[in-house]
Design a protein around this ligand. Structure first.
Ligand SMILES: Cc1cc2nc3c(=O)[nH]c(=O)nc-3n(C[C@H](O)[C@H](O)[C@H](O)COP(=O)(O)OP(=O)(O)OC[C@H]3O[C@@H](n4cnc5c(N)ncnc54)[C@H](O)[C@@H]3O)c2cc1C
Length: 251
């Protein structure tokens, strides 16, 4: 059994990360299924767990000046139920569709981004919102555009000693109405085959069709092929979702 720490202050968490090798966990809804999978396939190695859910600075949604701040450990349920301007409708709709109520209560927006699955439902709405991520370590803080943070399938620009502390969304961007549409193999509790977020100002992001969700610039999509869907199927599905999202925004 590895160690388990649950600091109540951010500096303590950052000191631990600077001194050793810790597996960060927030809601645990990605890391624990991955751990069970690892053990089932004969790898019993155990991490030292750094639980970040008791750090107040990592939670909550606030407007300060011309920017919204979402703490990285804010749960999907908190996002789903928050009173936010129309630009967040796509993100709140994604929150309503992530897993079931239990996953929404535990899972966090920061975990979704750091896990960097191609099918992470939080990414397209946040791309449309032009979100930045804020990373902290004992070396200081830095901000990156979300598109610079997620580098590939399960790869991010986060260094091992850094924590994702918050997301920042320009307040002006949060005013334009937005929608989120997702296609899976069934209507609920499903991993996306394709998903789309779009806003009334014409920004469109497509997810689950490539290693990393992308803002769509109007050029033809070249989706990936995998067990969930062929490239041709994804191409048709994404095009249909974009058309439906735009029709909904125009209505
Ligand atoms: C039944 C089920 C259904 C699901 N359905 C969906 C779905 O529909 N759509 C979807 O997108 N996802 C889905 N997921 C995946 C998961 O719930 C989400 O990705 C969730 O947002 C992960 O958040 P978490 O807090 O649980 O992350 P964790 O499992 O705690 O962590 C995930 C990764 O992020 C790292 N991490 C977490 N927080 C930080 C931080 N602040 N700083 C640095 N690193 C951090 C961890 O080290 C780990 O590598 C589902 C999962 C389950 C079990």
């Amino acid at each position: 059994m590895g160690s388990y720490r649950r600091p109540h202050e951010l500096p303590e968490a950052l000191d631990l990360l600077a001194q050793g090798s810790w597996q960060v966990m927030a809601g645990g809804t990605d890391v624990f299924p991955a751990r069970a999978h690892r053990i089932a396939w004969g790898n019993p190695s155990e991490a030292d767990w750094l639980d970040i859910t008791a750090i107040p600075e990592l939670r909550g949604i606030t407007l300060s000046g011309n920017s919204w701040r979402i703490g990285a450990a804010t749960s999907w349920a908190a996002l789903r139920d928050a009173d936010l301007p129309a630009g967040f409708d796509a993100l709140r709709e994604a929150a309503r569709q992530v897993g079931g109520r239990q996953v929404q209560a535990r899972g966090t927006i920061g975990g979704n981004l750091c896990n960097a699955s191609p099918a992470a439902d939080g990414v397209p709405p946040l791309l449309v919102l032009d979100a930045e991520v804020e990373l902290a370590s004992t070396r200081g803080r830095r901000r990156l555009k979300l598109g610079e943070f997620i580098l590939g399938n399960r790869r991010t620009a986060r260094a091992a000693d850094e924590l994702l502390v918050a997301l920042h969304v320009p307040a002006a961007r949060a005013e334009a109405r937005s929608v989120f549409l997702k296609l899976g193999a069934r209507s609920h509790l499903v991993i996306s085959i394709a998903m789309v977020a779009a806003d009334a100002e014409g920004r469109v992001a497509v997810g689950a069709c490539s290693e990393v969700a992308r803002l769509w610039d109007g050029t033809p999509l070249a989706p990936m092929d995998d067990v969930r869907g062929s490239a041709a199927y994804r191409h048709a599905a994404a095009a249909e979702l974009v058309a439906r999202a735009q029709a909904r925004l125009a209505a």
